[in-house]
Design a protein around this ligand. Structure first.
Ligand code: S3P
Length: 748
């Protein structure tokens, strides 16, 4: 039972949203007195009759006198006028909020009335709930239940006011999230304002045709579903479209461009492109469904859009258990699925990438239990037990899922399409499609530049090949070897440099013979895998952020337990050691076929710049963004060469890191295959290295985490945008950094 929160609540406007909130306040007895002001006396009479308010006024001034909560629940364009009317009569400690769909204009209106020194109780808000019905009778006490309410606290907003409003909305069973004003308006322009605009416009298009009566008479469910929201309140939407003009026009331009794409595809009879587009959209919609119903087991993980790190005396200390290895987690599901018998996995990484793999195998009929606390049980279906998925497989952000599955799916008896998010949709897939074609696979990369969606035609008889890998890529190597499991004869891959060998090790753990002779790895098709138990070690790639953090932070002392130290992954330790970091590898042992150890790093001395040996590049391929931060804090120059692969990761990691480091005051020069960084460190000096900046992570998880770590040595605030993808590989990142004494503020 929520206690009484307010003495007197005044609603200005009492339509659908206002009256629904009044119903909640009434039902839960959250205020001693509720009053309202509206222009319509009839509304006030009805509200009284419904028992929603104790008193009603046509004059807003009367309503707000003595109120400790004032809710503006009227069309957004009326805000400035109403605020100037009520301003002289507001209590000093009043909480003043609104429920409008746009926020920048509400803040502007408030500034016009109050000046820059806005009242500390002013916290704009927006419940993401509604209906096409309007008016006091349309309100419902459960309108907000299980819906989101966005609060957009300003710098002037007092935490007590935010806390009290949060309590109010939680009492309405809503989920409260905080966002900044600009972000709110951008997001809503795409997710709400554009669809409404399209609905109004479509109905208008049809209504203005001469045969409109016929069209409406015969309009089927699609029109009904799509146009439902065009029955919404015109005055309200009129105000919203003007109030959020800039963001809405951006969204309309995006729509316009996309419309041209599909128009062109249809005009040119491009069946493949059309299928690709439709399947991509369908898969993305299904992915949203999963996310919305929280089926993705991500309930406890806070996925946030923005990190801010303030300059403070941060600490970096403690013993930590870093989440499971992403590469090993993916493979445990894939191999468990095609094995005979049951596979039990512990330490599974409950990050979005590995969950995309897990979901794909569920979509292909594999029974998988979990993950629950890192435990997954896979009931293998054997080499010929996978079933045709009903829809395109959605790989989210995960290149590993798409490339390894390309190999597996090329050998199945059914057709498949794989799609991904915006980042994955730009990544090169021909590198795996080409060798698979040589094996006899029918595989197409249907994106514009050899990019996803990937479309595979099943029922091909694959033949083993001897393939010289043109680039050092464990994903391509693995994709070929996996296709080789079903191929006739021997399949071999020769790599230019050793890359991570989790596929080889794990296939052996599942009882499949794989030969490694120097850089040549081979297997013979036609065998079978037998279910086993897999213990996933902590991910050294995630641990790298903590290693670099400790190496650049004075007096830090961090121990990372049970981290995978597979020799094909330990480049980061070697490179940091060469830079002079104080790292010790303790308790080396084997777990589940992979070597693991505890790693202790202390901030005892300034790092020094080095020329990174090229043979270490594939062994530290995912750790370079973090290592660039280390290099910036080192004394002298660090040079990286032979790392062109970094340009085709989740983002162009050379360019994106260079842009961010330069914004933070670091002199660095990107090159086609690496970077030159002028470290700003000085022996024995632990002063800040980085100046404040706003960083774009380009939705790349490792970029976001690397710049976060730089915050340990920043003289001013650092804000990193696009941090939601951190959940793909290290869902507990901010939780663990906070435990270490390094505070990262998160914002949805
Ligand atoms: C991975 C291989 C690497 C790595 C990725 C995971 C794997 O990619 O960057 O994060 O699990 O095989 P490439 O094979 O493209 O180098």
């Amino acid at each position: 039972m929520t206690p009484v929160l307010f003495e007197k609540v005044a609603f200005i406007g009492l339509g659908l949203i206002g009256s629904s909130l009044a119903r909640v306040i009434h039902a839960k007895k959250l205020a001693k007195l509720v009053v309202a002001s509206t222009r319509s006396e009839k509304t006030l009479e009805d509200a009284k009759a419904l028992g929603l308010i104790e008193a009603g006024y046509t004059d807003a001034i009367e309503a707000v006198k003595g109120a400790d909560l004032v809710v503006l629940a009227l069309p957004v364009r009326a805000t400035a006028h109403i605020l100037s009317t009520i301003q002289p009569y507001l209590n000093a400690n009043v909480i003043l909020t609104d429920v409008g769909s746009t926020k920048a204009n509400v803040v502007e209106a408030a500034k016009a009335v109050f000046g820059e020194a806005l009242p500390e109780g002013f916290v704009p808000g927006h419940p993401i709930a509604g209906s096409e019905n309007t008016g006091v009778h349309a309100g419902k006490a459960d309108l907000f239940a299980h819906h989101k309410v966005i609060l957009t606290p300003l710098e002037t907003s007092a935490p007590w006011a935010v806390a009290k409003l949060t309590q109010l909305w939680k009492a309405a069973d809503a989920e409260v999230i905080c966002m900044d004003v600009q972000k709110h308006d951008e997001v809503l322009a795409h997710t709400s304002h554009l669809p409404h605009l399209m609905a109004f416009n479509l109905v208008e298009q049809l209504a203005s045709r001469e045969d409109n009566l016929d069209i409406f008479r015969y309009a089927a469910g699609g029109f009904r579903d799509f146009s439902r929201i065009a029955a919404s309140d015109p005055q309200m939407w009129h105000d919203i479209f003007f109030s959020n003009k800039k963001s809405i026009l951006d969204a309309v331009d995006g729509f316009d461009a996309q419309l041209k794409v599909i128009r062109r595809i249809i005009e040119q009879d491009d069946s493949q492109a059309l299928m690709g587009l439709l399947e991509h959209a369908q898969a993305a919609r299904q992915h949203f469904n999963h996310m919305l119903t929280k089926k993705t087991v991500m309930e406890n993980v806070s996925v946030t859009q923005k990190f801010t790190i303030l300059p403070k005396d941060h600490q970096f200390k403690g013993t930590f258990s870093i989440p499971g290895d992403k590469s090993v987690s993916h493979r445990s599901i894939m191999f468990g699925a095609i094995a005979e018998g049951t596979t039990r996995v512990t330490g599974f990484l409950e990050g979005e990438d590995a969950l995309a793999t897990l979901q794909s195998f569920k979509d292909m009929g594999v029974k998988i239990e979990g993950p629950e606390n890192g435990h997954v049980t896979i009931h293998g279906v054997g080499m010929s037990g996978l079933k045709a998925p009903e829809k395109a497989l959605y790989m989210g952000n995960s290149g590993t899922s798409m490339r390894l599955l390309s190999g597996m799916l090329a050998a199945q008896q059914f057709d498949t399409v794989m799609t991904g998010d915006a980042s994955l949709s730009k990544r090169p897939m021909e590198r795996i499609a080409k060798p698979l074609r040589l094996m006899g696979a029918q595989i197409q990369t249907t994106g514009e530049k050899g990019t996803p969606p990937v479309s595979i035609t099943g029922k091909q008889n694959l033949k083993g090949i001897q393939y010289d890998l043109p680039m050092a890529s464990a994903q391509v190597k693995s994709g070929i070897l996996l296709a080789g499991l079903w191929a006739e004869g021997e399949t071999s891959v020769t790599e230019p440099e050793p890359t991570r060998d989790h596929t080889e090790r794990m296939l052996r753990a599942f009882g499949y013979e794989v030969k490694t002779e120097g850089n040549r790895i081979s297997l013979v098709g036609g065998g079978k895998l037998v279910g086993t138990n897999i213990q996933v070690p902590s991910d050294i790639s995630s641990a790298a952020f903590f290693m670099v953090g400790a190496a650049i932070c004075k007096d830090s002392d961090v121990t990372l337990e049970a981290v995978g130290i597979n020799p094909t992954r330990t480049g980061v330790i070697e490179i940091l050691k060469q830079m002079g970091a104080d790292i010790t590898v303790l308790n080396e042992r084997i777990a589940g076929g992979e070597p693991i150890a505890d790693i202790r790093i202390r901030g005892t001395q300034t790092l020094k710049g080095i020329h990174i040996p090229e043979d270490q590049v594939p062994l530290a391929i995912d750790e370079f963004p973090a290592l660039f931060v280390a290099a910036s804090c080192a004394e002298g120059q660090t040079v990286l060469t032979g790392a062109a692969e970094l340009r085709v990761k989740e983002s162009d990691r050379i360019q994106v890191m260079a842009d961010g480091l330069q914004a933070m005051g670091i002199q660095c020069e990107p090159t086609p295959d690496g970077i030159v960084i002028e470290g700003k460190g000085k022996t024995g000096n632990w002063d800040p290295i980085f100046k404040g900046a706003e960083i774009q992570s380009h939705h790349d998880h490792r970029i976001a985490m690397s710049f976060s770590i730089a915050g340990l040595r920043a003289s001013e605030a650092i804000t990193i945008h696009g941090t939601e993808t951190v959940a793909t590989s290290f869902p507990t990142f901010t939780q663990l950094t906070n435990e270490a004494g390094f505070s990262i503020q998160t914002l949805d």
